[in-house]
Write a protein that binds this ligand. Sequence first.
Ligand SMILES: [Zn+2]
Length: 145
Amino acid sequence: MRRTSITHEFVEYIPGKLAEAVLYISITYRTAVHQCVCGCGNKVITPIGPADWQLFYDGETVSLTPSIGNWDFPCRSHYWIRSNQVRWSSDWTDERIAAGQARDNRERERYFASREAVEHEPEAAETTNGDRRRPLAWLRRRSRS
Ligand SMILES: [Zn+2]
């Protein structure tokens, strides 16, 4: 059954067993986790960060942006969490998903490019070490936690 609302719980560690319709938020690990609100029970992990999801807490309710698109699940659910309400989107076509993912990748690249520029500016010699894979490794580390 499709949910239309969700509650949130601030935790340090994400519990192994998730309750339905609860968004678990760990500030320590900058991650939010919930069960897909379509009812399929799949675990949705949304890392929180400038290049990932942004979490808004108004003192009573939470919102996540951008939207959550569970394209890897059979349900292919797509929805927004706004003020603890679930706003459902119509199913996206494959083309639109690909376009969205391409846009996300471009934004990530831009973000990491600006980050690298700032980090390496004072020591230009360091950029010659050929370590161009670092941002990806950083992302992988983050998404495992
Ligand atoms: Zn689902």
